[in-house]
Design a protein around this ligand. Structure first.
Ligand code: GLN
Length: 446
C-alpha cells in the first residue's frame, strides 16, 4: 500500500531518494510468517516507515542528500534502525534531505527538491523535508528525521505534522552521519502525538557505542498521554512572539495558549534574554563541528573519488570540490575559519560561552515552569526558490528552534491551525529528559 501511494504521489512531492521494495517485501513476509506462528508482536509491528538518508542502513544506499555519497552502501545499521527492526516496523525507503542536513528548505539536496504536500510551490522545510512531506502525504505512517538546529520541528510545522526532537543523548547517534555532534539528535515525525510516543518508546535508550548517549531509565511514554494538563505552568518567551514573527502565526499561538488555559493550565510571559545571539552562536558552533566531521570525506574512505589525481592533495581537493554542494562548502569554510588559531578565541570559544548563557536562560525559566511554549517557526512555509539565494534570511527561520538545540532540551512541534491556508506549528519545550510532560501537553492540545 505504501509503495502504491508513493508511486501515485512521489513524482510530485519528491520525498524519497531510495526505495527498499525488495527489502521491505522480505521484512513483510517474515512478519506474516510470525503472525501465523502466533508469536508476540513488536511495538511497531508491520508499520511502514521511512528513514532520513543520513541514518545508515546496511546494504541500502545512504547518500545524506549529497553527490559525495551517491554510491555509499553502508555495511551496518544505525542503532535506531536496529531498534526499529526489533520493534518490527517495515523500512520502505530513504528520505530526501538537505545535503548533510545543512539547510532549512530541502533545496540543498543534491538530487531534487521536495515539494510541500499542502502547496506544491512551497518548501517542505528542512533539513528533514522528505521525512515531513512523506508523512503529510500519507506515504508512510512515520519517519525518522534528525534535528541539529530545528530540522525535525521546522519541517513538521511547515507540513502540518508532529515532529519531536528528544533531549540530547536520549536516542543513540550511532550510525547517524555526523553534522554537529554536540547538537544532532534523531527523532520521530508522525501524524499525531500518540504515534510519536510509540516511535520514541521504540528508539530511546542507552547505547555504549555513542559516547554521549545518556544512561537514563526509559519511562512509559504512552502512559503519559493522560489528556490532563491541569495545573501545568507554562512560560511563554516574549522573544518568540516579537519582531519578525508573522502576525497570523502569533495569533495561532495565542489561541493555543487559550486552549491550554481552558484545560486548567496557567501561562505567563517569560524572557530568554540571550535569544538574539542564538542564531550566530549556532552557525559558528555547528559549522565548526561540521568542518571537523566532514574532514573524513577525503575521496579515499567513502563515496566519490576524483579521476586520475596527480597527487594526494589533488585527490582531496578535487574530490571535495566536486563532491560537496555550495552550502556545505560555505559551512566548512566558516567552521575552519572559526577554529583556526588566531580566531579561535574570538569565534569558537566565544560561541561556546554564549551557548552556556543560552542554556542558563532555559534553566532559569524551568525553575518556575514545567514547559515553554511558542511558535516553531516565525512564518509558514515559504515558496521554493524564494530564499535559496539568501543564506542569512534562511538562517533566521531557525530563530525559535536553535536555542532549544543549543540548550539540549526536548521539544515537539504540533499543528495549531492555519495561516493563509498553510499549517502553523506550536512548539512545546520541556525540561531535560522530561519528554513525558512534553508529550502529555501536546496530546491534550491536538
Ligand atoms: N536549518 C538549520 C541548518 O541549516 C538546521 C539544520 C538541522 O537541524 N539539521 O543548520
Amino acid at each position: 500500500q505504501s509503495f502504491k501511494r508513493i508511486t501515485d504521489t512521489d513524482d510530485k512531492i519528491g520525498a524519497f531518494l531510495t526505495l527498499n521494495e525488495e527489502g521491505a517485501r522480505k521484512e513483510a513476509q517474515a512478519l506474516d510468517a510470525q503472525l501465523a506462528s502466533g508469536d508476540e508482536r513488536g511495538l511497531l509491528f508491520g508499520i511502514p516507515a521511512g528513514i532520513k538518508d543520513n541514518i545508515v542502513t546496511e546494504g541500502l544506499l545512504t547518500t545524506c542528500g549529497s553527490k559525495f555519497l551517491g554510491n555509499h552502501n553502508p555495511i551496518y545499521d544505525a542503532a535506531v534502525v536496529t531498534k526499529l527492526r526489533a520493534a518490527q516496523s517495515v523500512t520502505i525507503g530513504k528520505l530526501n534531505m538537505d545535503e548533510f542536513a545543512m539547510g532549512g528548505s530541502n533545496e540543498n539536496s543534491a538530487y531534487h527538491p521536495v515539494h510541500n504536500p499542502w502547496d506544491l510551490d512551497r518548501v517542505p522545510g528542512g533539513s528533514s523535508g522528505g521525512s515531513a512531506a512523506a508523512v503529510a502525504a500519507g506515504q508512510v505512517y512515520f519517519t525518522l528525521g534528525s534535528d541539529t538546529g530545528g530540522s525535525i520541528r521546522q519541517p513538521a510545522a511547515y507540513c502540518g505534522v508532529v515532529g519531536l526532537k528528544p533531549t540530547y543523548g536520549l536516542v543513540s547517534r550511532f550510525g547517524l552521519v555526523a553534522f554537529a555532534s554536540s547538537l544532532d539528535q534523531i527523532g520521530p515525525i508522525t501524524k499525531n502525538v500518540e504515534d510519536s510516543a510509540y516511535v520514541l518508546q521504540a528508539i530511546a535508550g542507552h547505547d555504549e557505542r555513542d559516547s554521549t548517549s545518556a544512561n537514563v531509565e526509559i519511562p512509559d511514554y504512552l502512559s503519559a498521554l493522560t489528556g490532563d494538563v491541569k495545573g501545568l505552568r507554562i512560560g511563554v518567551p516574549k522573544e518568540y512572539l516579537g519582531q519578525g514573527i508573522d502576525p497570523q502565526v502569533k495569533e495561532r499561538v495565542l489561541e493555543a495558549l487559550k486552549v491550554f488555559e481552558s484545560m486548567g493550565a496557567v501561562w505567563e510571559e517569560v524572557s530568554l534574554p540571550h535569544t538574539d545571539y542564538a542564531v550566530a552562536t549556532y552557525y559558528l558552533l555547528a559549522s565548526s563541528e561540521a568542518s571537523s566531521n566532514l574532514a573524513r570525506f577525503d575521496g579515499v574512505r567513502y563515496g566519490v573519488r576524483a579521476d586520475n589525481p596527480s597527487n594526494l592533495l589533488d585527490l582531496y581537493r578535487r574530490s571535495r570540490s566536486e563532491g560537496f554542494g555550495a552550502e556545505v562548502k560555505r559551512r566548512i569554510m566558516l567552521g575552519t575559519y572559526a577554529l583556526s588559531s588566531g580566531y579561535y578565541d574570538a569565534y569558537y570559544k566565544k560561541a561556546q560561552q554564549v551557548r552556556t548563557l543560552i542554556k542558563r536562560d532555559f534553566d532559569q525559566v524551568f525553575e518556575k515552569f514545567d514547559l515553554i511554549i511558542g511558535p516553531t517557526a516565525p512564518t509558514p512555509a515559504f515558496k521554493l526558490g524564494e530564499q535559496v539565494g539568501d543564506p542569512l534570511t534562511m538562517y533566521l527561520n531557525d530563530i525559535c528552534t536553535i536555542p532549544v538545540s543549543l540548550a539540549g532540551v526536548p521539544a515537539i512541534s504540533v499543528p495549531c491551525g492555519l495561516a493563509d491556508g498553510l499549517p502553523v506549528g506550536l512548539q512545546i519545550i520541556g525540561k531535560p529528559f522530561d519528554e513525558q510532560t512534553v508529550l502529555r501537553a501536546a496530546h491534550a492540545f491536538e
